[in-house]
Each structure stands twice: as C-alpha cells, then as structure tokens.
Design a protein around this ligand. Structure first.
Ligand code: ZN
Length: 181
C-alpha cells in the first residue's frame, strides 16, 4: 500500500470538478487503488476518500466511520466501493457539518437525506447494497458527489453556513471538525 497525494481545490487541478468514469471490473489495479485510498484516508484522518481526490478519475470511493462514536472499541465500518450509486434515499433532509480533505480548514452545514441505500461493487467485484443512515449516510453521499465533480460547498447557498476552523482549534476539540474526504 502507499499513501497518495490528496489534491486540494486551491491547486487549480480540474480533476476535482470532472465526472469520474465507471470502471468495467475490479481488477488488481483497482484493488491496489482501493488499498492506497484506505491508507491515504487513514493517514489524513478522514472519514472517506474518492478517486478524483487522489487524481484518479475513476468511480471508486472508500469510507470508514466508527460503529459507535461513544465507544472506540466498537470498531469501524469500512467500505471500498467501485461504481457506487445511491439507489434509494429517504427521510426529510437534515443539516449536518461537513469538511473535505480537498478543502482544508473549511467546514459547512449541508442538508442531505438522513438515510440512503448505496449499491456498487466491493473490493472482490461482488455486487453489494449498503443501507446507511446518520453519519455513514452523509459520508457516502459526500464521496459519491465527488465522482460527479460536486463538492460540499456547492450545496451551501446561505451565508454563514460556510466557515473556517483553524487546525489548532481542531486539535483542542477534534470532534468539532472532521474532514470527510
Ligand atoms: Zn470531500
């Protein structure tokens, strides 16, 4: 595995704004990409990562969130998905805070449906459906957006719902600002 460089918006690399291509099948090269993305996400302390963020314009995402925020021993939900799409969404939109590894130090309040079913291919190339709600549902939607060239800031139209949190403040209170990926 290898840590890949995360593209940030201020670099002006158009990859973050382009539509990623579907993959035909999960080859060893795609598995390697998934493994690298997991390592890169963990290294950056993110909750997810999408192909374009590591300069690969393919529809691949990884997501890892705690099973229980109150209990660190509960472990995490870890997903690596190719061609993920939202098959179903439900519930009234809820506002939640998001950050992005490609837009450092900027956070915002984004409205999204609280529950989604995501389908795609797992690391073995098998079809999977993931029923998610809460934070996991939010991270999945954030990462799938990246495959369309959409960033969380695009969902924010109201002034005051986009703000800056300095890294030193995050250190004091890590839970206040998690960059998703
Ligand atoms: Zn992001």
């Amino acid at each position: 595995m290898a840590i890949r460089k995360i593209v940030t918006l201020d670099e002006g690399n158009p990859v973050l704004r382009q539509k990623a291509r579907r993959i035909r099948r999960v080859t060893p090269a795609i598995q390697q990409l998934m493994d690298d993305m997991v390592e890169t996400m963990r290294d950056a302390a993110g909750a997810g990562l999408a192909g374009p963020q590591v300069d690969v314009l393919l529809r691949v995402i990884v997501v890892e969130v705690p099973k229980d925020f109150e209990d660190p021993d509960a472990g995490t939900w870890l997903y690596a998905l190719a061609n993920p799409e939202i098959a179903r969404q439900s519930g009234d939109v809820e506002e939640g805070q998001e950050g992005c590894l490609s837009i450092p130090n900027i956070y915002g309040l984004v409205e999204r449906p609280p529950a989604v079913t995501v389908k795609g291919l797992d690391r073995s190339g098998r079809k999977v459906r993931i029923k998610a709600e809460g934070y996991l549902a939010r991270v999945l939607q954030h990462e799938i957006d990246h495959l369309e060239g959409t960033l969380f800031i695009d969902h924010i139209t109201e002034q005051g719902k986009l703000f800056r949190i300095e890294p030193e403040d995050v250190e004091e209170e890590p839970a206040t600002a998690v960059a998703m990926g």
